[in-house]
Design a protein around this ligand. Structure first.
Ligand code: NAD
Length: 289
């Protein structure tokens, strides 16, 4: 298994910027690719901000912050990823866009570069089908926010090679993460379990006529959850949760996967949870808070 020294991250949005941060902190040279110079600058500033906060909190030495920032390069040119040993894709969750990118990456990168997707709900096997060498394609599913959440699901697609799969696992370990190995099935491990479970919780709101506060109390005090389901869905974003439910339902056709109508209505009404100021709960200075 070739040693990974340099990592490409394509898409420096919520997930990609976090993954790039984790990678430079772990000592990797990182080339981050965005679609515009402005988005490159926003992502780089964001990463520097979070590393600066770690210095303020005494979690990181200033010299280590400077060294980590020095390992990050951003670009709009895909060709700049040519020298990377591993490329992690974190662009929009659309199959056609990801397939187009993987086909282009195959032309740009050397034959030994492992290509990983951070997709949450698409099939890694279908993404890999756009390449001539699908054995080099794996899933590396980080959780949000990537710098804080320890889990990474390392996903073996239908034709992934052992070498590519183990490379993803080894890199995630070196990033200080807790990787788990799994196969390419809808929702992988956590979302396959968590999405229908949260949907059940929301249905119970109506069935048992329990309040969101009491449902959260029930699950934290009775089941030992660290956070109640309504608080969690508000944190994830009701739009994000509904989207993930719809994607899983489309693939599995299990009724529990389908988004409860109450959540769909909240999404349509702009009640998106913490990020919009109001979901099951009110946040910040949202109207009526
Ligand atoms: N947000 C989450 O909670 C979460 C968790 C795990 C996995 N994911 C997955 O991670 C991926 C990214 O999600 P996100 O929330 O970071 O999205 P996001 O919208 O915050 O970021 C996506 C970024 O990709 C950029 N982009 C689009 N096409 C590009 C291209 N061809 N080259 C370079 N950059 C490009 C966009 O400009 C944008 O900045 C998706 O596949 C998503 O399903 C998201």
């Amino acid at each position: 298994m070739a040693e990974v020294r340099s990592i490409g991250v394509v898409g420096l949005g919520a997930m990609g910027a976090g993954i790039a941060q984790v990678a430079i902190e772990a000592g990797y040279d990182v080339v981050g690719r965005e679609v515009s110079a402005d988005l490159c600058d926003v992502a780089a500033a964001r990463i520097e901000h979070f590393l600066g906060r770690k210095v303020e909190k005494g979690q990181l030495e200033a010299a280590d912050r400077d060294a980590a920032v020095g390992r990050l390069r951003t670009t709009t040119a895909l060709d700049d990823l040519a020298g990377c040993d591993l490329v992690i894709e974190a662009i929009v969750e659309e199959l056609a866009a990801k397939q187009e990118l993987f086909a282009a990456l195959e032309d740009v990168c050397g034959p030994d570069t492992v290509l990983a997707s951070n997709t949450s709900a698409l099939s890694v096997t279908e993404i890999a089908a756009a390449t001539h060498a699908p054995e080099r394609v794996i899933g590396m599913h980080f959780f949000n926010p990537a710098p804080l959440m320890p889990l990474v699901e390392i996903v073996r697609a239908e034709l992934s090679s052992d070498e590519a799969f183990e490379t993803g696992f080894t890199v995630a370990e070196r990033m200080g993460k807790a990787p788990v190995r799994c196969h390419d099935t809808p929702g992988f491990v956590v979302n396959r379990i968590l999405i229908p479970l949260l949907n059940d919780c929301i249905r119970v709101l109506d069935e048992a006529r329990v309040s969101p506060e009491d449902l959260d109390t029930a699950m934290t005090k009775g089941a030992g959850w660290p956070m109640g389901p309504c608080t969690l869905v508000d944190l994830v974003g009701i739009d994000v949760h509904v989207h993930a439910s719809e994607a899983l339902y489309e693939k599995l056709r299990e009724p529990r996967m389908a988004a409860p109508p109450r959540l769909v209505a909240m999404r349509n009404a702009g009640l998106l949870g913490r990020k919009s100021g109001r979901g099951f709960y009110r946040y910040g200075d949202a109207p009526g808070a």
